[in-house]
Each structure stands twice: as structure tokens, then as C-alpha cells.
Write a protein that binds this ligand. Structure first.
Ligand code: GNR
Ligand code: NI
Length: 175
């Protein structure tokens, strides 16, 4: 189990359409464990493999409340089978876009097919925060950030802020 550094936008790895996993083996299970460690440490409610530099179709989510036991879900090759016609805006943030938040309009309910930690085929139906998080993470493995759902004006503003923040961090690390 290990926490890994989170990659910040802009970075080409975050724009990559990730490759399907051929087999859920120990390497993938270790990747998922590391992703959970990284997500809980952040803390966050989801994480996609490209956020730690691995361009594979693997995501983890846990939308349990702080006072509840952890409820991690690990999804390999997740696929949106169905999305509701009804949509709603919800404020989103991203560990790869620190300190920036914006409303994103998405379907309020989804059905997702995936492989679990044992490589078994499963389906999950979700609404509320879990549905939002699943869509946010599936976007990541298609190279899409939540800022890509915003108006070009807002997206450009965010991108400029991200470039500035990344430069500031690079300066801090050099000092
Ligand atoms: O921790 C996270 N919170 C969050 C809040 C609203 C919508 C989506 C998210 S996902 C985010 C973690 C992250 O960046 N996952 O890719
Ligand atoms: Ni994210």
C-alpha cells in the first residue's frame, strides 16, 4: 500500500484516453490499493488512474460520510450503460485542479458496468453524489476534466489559474 503523487493539470497524461485492462491481476489490485491510499490521504471521494500517471481504465470511489465506515468501490473498465434524461448542476472539484470549484450539469442517475477486484463482471446503479463521482472518474479515463464541461470563457480562466498554480509549485520545489 502506498500513496502516490497526484498529477496536476495541465498535463498531457490527464488528456489521454486510457487503455482497457486485459486482466485484473495483482498488479491492477496493487494499483487500486495505491489509488485508495492516495484518495483517502488527499482526501477525495474518487480517483482515476491517470491522476497518478497510469493511463489504464481503473477508477476508485468512496462517497461514505466521515462518521461512517469506509465503503470503497474499485472499478476496472467501467462503462456507462445508461444515464438519466434528467440532469442537474452540482459543484465539482478535482484533485488534479486544486482549489477550483464550479457547477457541472450532469445526468442525475447512471448505470455502470465494470469488473471488480476479482475480475468479475458487475453492474451498479447510482444517483446523487455517487452518480456524479462515477461520471467524473469515467471522464478522467477518457481524458476529460470537469472544466471541459464549462463554457470556453470559464475554462480559459481556470486553465490560466492552473498554469499559475503549477508554476508557483515548481518555484517552491526549486527553492
Ligand atoms: O474529491 C473529489 N470530490 C468531488 C466533488 C464533486 C464532484 C466530483 C468530485 S471527484 C474529486 C476527486 C477527484 O478529482 N477525482 O477525480
Ligand atoms: Ni478529478
Amino acid at each position: 500500500m502506498a500513496k502516490r503523487p497526484i498529477i496536476w493539470a495541465p498535463d498531457p497524461v490527464l488528456k489521454t484516453k486510457c487503455a482497457p485492462v486485459a486482466m485484473v491481476d495483482d498488479e491492477i489490485r496493487t494499483l487500486m490499493d495505491d489509488m485508495l491510499d492516495t484518495m483517502y490521504a488527499a482526501p477525495g471521494i474518487g480517483l482515476a488512474a491517470p491522476q497518478i500517471g497510469v493511463t489504464k481504465r481503473v477508477i476508485v470511489v468512496d462517497v461514505s460520510e466521515k462518521n461512517e465506515p469506509n465503503a470503497p468501490i474499485c472499478l476496472v473498465n467501467p462503462e456507462l450503460l445508461w444515464t438519466s434524461d434528467e440532469t442537474a448542476p452540482h459543484e465539482e472539484g478535482c484533485l488534479s485542479i486544486p482549489d477550483l470549484y464550479a457547477d457541472v450539469e450532469r445526468p442525475i442517475a447512471v448505470k455502470v458496468a465494470y469488473l471488480d477486484r476479482d475480475g468479475e463482471k458487475r453492474e451498479i446503479e447510482a444517483e446523487g453524489l455517487l452518480a456524479i463521482c462515477l461520471q467524473h472518474e469515467i471522464d478522467h479515463i477518457d481524458g476529460i476534466l470537469f472544466t471541459d464541461h464549462l463554457s470556453p470563457l470559464k475554462r480559459n480562466m481556470f486553465m490560466k489559474k492552473m498554469v499559475k498554480a503549477k508554476k508557483a509549485r515548481a518555484r517552491e520545489q526549486a527553492a
